[in-house]
Design a protein around this ligand. Structure first.
Ligand SMILES: [Zn+2]
Length: 607
């Protein structure tokens, strides 16, 4: 057996080391950095602002893009000072001096952004007749997809004045409507039963999480309160939703867009045929969530789950994982996959790129952040030794690994990930770590974890796809009828919920109004990306399990950044993601987990 390398046991730093940037918030070097950023930015602006030759001659554009890339690499509009203060505010949120400093640099950055954006806007205006010659020019090959992305969006742009009017009017005909409903809901409170047996006044989002309480009495009073709030706002939401559907229709007609979800696909750099293939493949396997809910009903000892009971946990997950133990476990998993992954983990630890523990003034949750390609990635955690925290660490490290692999191979203009694949690396790592945790768990714990996992996956894949098809029908029905009553919206909503939930979830009275608070549908068609990210990840996991050597392909994909569309990147690996079988491989993984969970529940005599 191969001996695993030991990770250093000395206590490593568990807060961010930001001294590589500055020695403190008042370091005079901060001001100096700002001056450098300003000088470099205006050097670029003054060099190109009054020229038109780069919009006609590909060789000149190459020169301009090289300079732009160099500016974006080390400078951008806020340099080290912007990143530094942003990071500082994340771990010291209530410090007014820090806020003031951050606001100042943000203002500075916005001014530069306004002055430099002409470059992007003018490239977007290069006449369509010249696109092909620019894209074919050898010297522009390294910027080919950068240009393709700009050209694809610009094809649907209207004239400068029209765009300006649309922009100004968007607040009143779209944003204010959406904000109105969400503000009304945010103000709502109700008295509900709490876990400790007392009653208390809670906000809508607190009530929403109580609807999944393990105590039946608690979740039922919460659901009643939730339904009452939805019913109070459904009339307003009806008018709001019709208004923004109309707004979208007008926009699409002016832009001559062929389908309501097209602009979303273009801005996410994903082909419509790929999204269609995803939606069809997932919809064709709605028996998976239906069977999952049937299993859950049996585990809870009921014939049918009521609508709000879908997410109730089963069993107890109380095993503890210290931060060090979490790292050791993750290190072991990464090492089996590829040593490049462990190298990145070791570097992150050595260089103080984690901020681990919760403390006063620090923001909640977790994230992995990158800014300029020349600056390091940072990960924020709130590790409290729970199993969820191990998975979160693996998830954020997945993002971190993705950043490092892109950094190795791409230039500054391709440093990033498209929305459609942003969650591939994170869920890939998370799932492999979860499997390791399962290997070391007894059957009771295993069952609880597997149900938790299935719950997440059903919500991320099937529910979001059902939401996407609900949106599609909503726009289509609105365009046919001109107005949709709350009853009609409720009916369409329910039809799509039933489609994936199946017979074991009751469409309880009141649940027909749950679209009222579903903010996603107000931002049009982005929910597919939850499903695409996780399923691409699962499809890759499936391939790696069958052939560990395939990890090279995974790394290839994760290194690509914004250099091409996901479809083309996969094509280079010999995979067609517009083909149903690609998505099926990911769905097979979910179905396998469901099968194993059902078998385990049977073995334990729970069903
Ligand atoms: Zn993530």
């Amino acid at each position: 057996m191969k001996k695993l390398p030991q990770i250093p046991t000395r206590k490593t730093q568990t807060t961010w080391d930001l001294t590589r940037f500055f020695q403190g918030d008042d370091d005079p070097a901060i001001e100096k950095n700002r001056t450098t950023v300003e000088e470099k930015s205006y050097a670029f602006i003054n060099q190109w602002k009054n020229r038109k030759d780069y919009l006609r001659d590909p060789a000149v554009l190459r020169k301009a893009l090289d300079e732009y890339e160099a500016w974006k690499r080390t400078c951008g509009t806020d340099g080290n000072a912007g990143y530094y203060f942003w990071l500082r505010t994340q771990i010291d949120r209530n410090n007014p001096e820090l806020k003031a400093k951050f606001n100042k640099i943000e203002e500075f950055s916005r001014r530069l952004e306004n002055d430099i954006q002409f470059f992007h806007l003018r490239i977007a205006k290069i006449p369509k007749s010249l696109h092909a010659s620019f894209l074919k020019y050898r010297g522009l090959r390294k910027y080919q997809h950068f240009l393709e992305r700009i050209f694809a969006e610009s094809a649907y742009l209207l004239g400068e004045n029209e765009e300006k009017i649309l922009n100004l009017k968007a607040t009143t005909s779209y944003a204010n409507w959406v904000r109105m409903t969400s503000d009304f809901l945010a103000k709502e409170e109700a008295r509900v039963l709490l876990e400790d047996g007392h009653t208390g006044v809670k906000t809508l989002s607190e009530i929403s999480s109580l609807t999944s309480s393990k105590s039946r009495a608690v979740r039922d009073t919460a659901a009643r309160a939730f339904n009452a709030i939805m019913a109070r706002h459904v009339d307003v939401a009806e008018v709001e939703l019709n208004s923004i559907l109309a707004h979208k229709k007008v926009d699409d007609e002016l832009r001559k867009v062929s389908r309501p979800d097209l602009l979303r696909h273009i801005s996410d750099d994903i082909e419509s045929e790929v999204v269609d293939s995803l939606i069809q493949s997932v919809s064709a396997r709605f028996h998976i969530p239906a069977q999952y809910y049937a299993l859950k009903a049996r585990l809870l000892g009921v014939k049918k789950l009521r609508y709000h009971e879908r997410n109730v946990d089963i069993g107890k997950i109380d095993r503890k994982y210290s931060y060090e133990a979490s790292l050791t476990l993750i290190h072991r998993v990464f090492h089996r996959l590829d040593t490049r992954f462990t190298d990145i983990l070791t570097e992150f630890r050595k260089n103080g790129q984690f901020d681990v523990r919760p403390r006063k003034g620090k923001g909640s949750g977790a994230f992995c952040i990158h800014h300029l390609i020349s600056q390091p990635t940072y990960i924020l955690l709130n590790h409290t030794d729970k199993l969820r925290d191990v998975l979160t660490l693996a998830h954020e490290l997945g993002h971190g690994i993705n950043n490092e692999l892109i950094r190795d191979r791409q230039h500054a203009l391709n440093f990033g990930t498209p929305t459609s694949t942003a969650e591939v690396a994170s869920t890939f790592m998370e799932d492999f770590v979860l499997q390791e945790i399962l290997r070391g768990s007894d059957d009771e714990l295993k069952l609880a974890i597997m149900v938790m996992k299935l719950n997440d996956e059903v919500s991320t894949i099937f529910r979001q796809v059902a939401c996407y098809t609900f949106e599609q029908e909503l726009h289509q029905a609105f365009r046919e009828k001109g107005y949709l009553s709350k009853t009609e919206i409720g009916k369409i909503f329910r039809r799509h919920m039933v489609a994936y939930m199946g017979d074991s979830v009751e469409q309880s009275k009141g649940s027909e109004n749950w679209w009222v608070y579903w903010s996603h549908i107000r931002y049009f068609f982005y929910v597919y990306s939850y499903a695409s990210g996780l399923l691409i990840s699962k499809s890759l996991q499936n391939s790696v399990k069958k052939d560990p050597g395939f990890i090279t392909g995974v790394k290839e994909f994760l290194s690509a950044g914004l250099s091409d569309s996901p479809k083309n990147i996969f094509r280079n690996l010999g995979i067609d993601i517009a083909d149903k079988t690609f998505w099926d491989r990911g769905l097979d993984e979910v179905e396998t987990l469901l099968g194993e969970t059902t078998a385990l529940a049977g073995k334990l005599g729970k069903i």
